[in-house]
Design a protein around this ligand. Structure first.
Ligand code: GUN
Ligand code: FE
Length: 417
């Protein structure tokens, strides 16, 4: 993000000349060479540039290009504290053994401040200009995450986690009443801050951690306040089986959320590896989206999402790191893992059409903004959107890329460290 957005005191516009790379609905990867792009004083993209005050010209070097900031549609900010460790168990055991004990530590605000500052800094350094965060059940620490994202200028949806069912780690759950009250307080207090880029998201952890009564209440809260919703769905076979046992009256895992008004066009569900075609049709009908988290799916041996099938059903799709189920906070890693996941499906069935790099680039940027229903504000360089941009220099001193001879910069898997 350029300083036109970060510094409210700067009231001039900017025109950039150089290479721009982004995705549109029609073209997975559009490369605009020697293009001009005007950004107004509010940081919005203008095509026909009108000069209000001073105009500054930014000329890009031939080794540079602009691309849209990456959109991480699913990341647990609190779990950054143990990212890269503890990946030796399947999901349900992993939650009990590592995740819940660690998340319970976020009652301590100083610990929360340290970890949340680190994750916001790290994701920004990795090019994530928009993140959809899970915090923990603690309201104060969740508000602090919102404040930190605002202070660093990151666009963020922040969720205070809700869970009133947890038999394994006794001190890490809420009562139905507390979960409801604290969610309302969290939403109210975060909205009162009037952060321009940070919004609350209603966050039932996942169906197995919530009673039907809590899901019902959270659906109601989201509806009454027109809020985003996030949760997990159909990540592992064992989890799907557990949901069948806990919610016998529902036709499917997706039906559990739908029944409780938690599937809307502002809902993003992580994983969905084992959804049926009927369930994908429900996503399409309601406008709910999926977050594909391939690093996590490999690391916890959860499954492999069939992205082609999701796209065939016209379900909105973004990419997520799912730290710490995924060990990397980098969206470039998520891009690479998404390609690996697609190749695994092609190895299993050579007729499966592997995703191209261009398609995954689109999912990581425009797709993510659509999955979070933020595509009116971010995701590509269309006129009127905010200029959430990464300036990439493939010839940066000490950078990760070696240019061979005088070749033109190629947009590929090495565009960022
Ligand atoms: N399902 C419920 N909670 C979690 C979590 O923290 N991480 C992952 N990967 N899946 C979940
Ligand atoms: Fe997750």
């Amino acid at each position: 993000r350029t300083n036109t957005r970060l510094d409210p005191a700067v009231s001039h516009s900017f025109v950039y000349r150089g290479t721009f790379v982004h995705s549109t609905q029609q073209t997975a990867l559009q490369i605009l060479k020697d293009a001009l792009l005007g950004v107004d004083a509010q940081g919005k993209v203008l095509i026909s540039f009108i000069c209000h005050k001073a105009v500054f010209f930014g000329l890009l070097h031939s080794s540079e290009f602009f691309m849209p900031g990456l959109v991480d549609t699913h990341i647990h900010a609190s779990q950054y504290s143990y990212a890269g460790t503890a990946l030796d168990m399947p999901l349900l055991q992993w939650l009990n053994a590592y995740t819940f004990p660690v998340e319970s530590c976020f009652k301590d605000l100083e610990f929360a401040r340290k970890v949340y500052t680190q994750i916001v800094r790290r994701t920004l350094r990795n090019g994530t200009t928009t993140a959809c965060y899970f915090a923990t059940i603690h309201t104060e620490a969740s508000l602090l995450l919102g404040q930190i994202a605002n202070d660093f200028g990151q666009r963020a949806l922040v969720g205070k986690v809700c869970m009133d069912r947890n038999d394994c780690v006794k001190h890490y759950k809420e009562t139905l009443q507390d979960s409801q009250d604290e969610t309302c307080r969290f939403i109210k207090e975060l909205l009162e801050k009037k952060y321009p880029l940070v919004k609350p998201v209603v966050t039932p952890r996942f169906a197995p951690s919530c009673t039907g009564a809590l899901l019902e209440q959270l659906g109601e809260i989201a509806k009454n306040n027109n809020l985003h919703i996030q949760s997990h769905i159909s990540e592992t076979h064992e989890e799907v089986k557990l949901v069948k046992e806990l919610f016998p009256e529902s036709e499917s895992y997706t039906d559990v959320y739908r029944k409780h008004n938690l599937l809307t066009d502002k809902t993003v569900m992580a994983h969905g590896c084992h959804l049926s075609d009927e369930e994908l049709a429900l996503f399409r009908e309601t406008g709910a989206s999926l977050s594909h988290c391939p690093n996590s799916n490999f690391s916890l041996c959860s499954g492999v999402l069939n992205v082609r099938n999701v796209l065939k059903h016209k379900v909105k799709l973004g990419l997520g790191t799912d730290v710490a189920g995924g060990y990397s906070a980098s969206m470039l890693d998520a891009v690479r893992r998404a390609l690996d996941a697609s190749k695994v499906l092609t190895i299993q069935d050579p007729k499966y059409k592997t995703l191209s790099f261009e398609e995954v680039f689109r999912i990581a940027t425009l797709g993510g903004s659509q999955a979070l229903s933020l595509d009116d504000q971010t995701g590509n360089f269309e006129v009127g959107k905010d200029f959430d941009a990464l300036r990439i220099n493939v010839a940066a001193e000490g950078g990760p890329i070696d240019l061979i001879q005088d070749e033109e910069p190629k947009v590929g898997l090495n565009w960022l460290k």
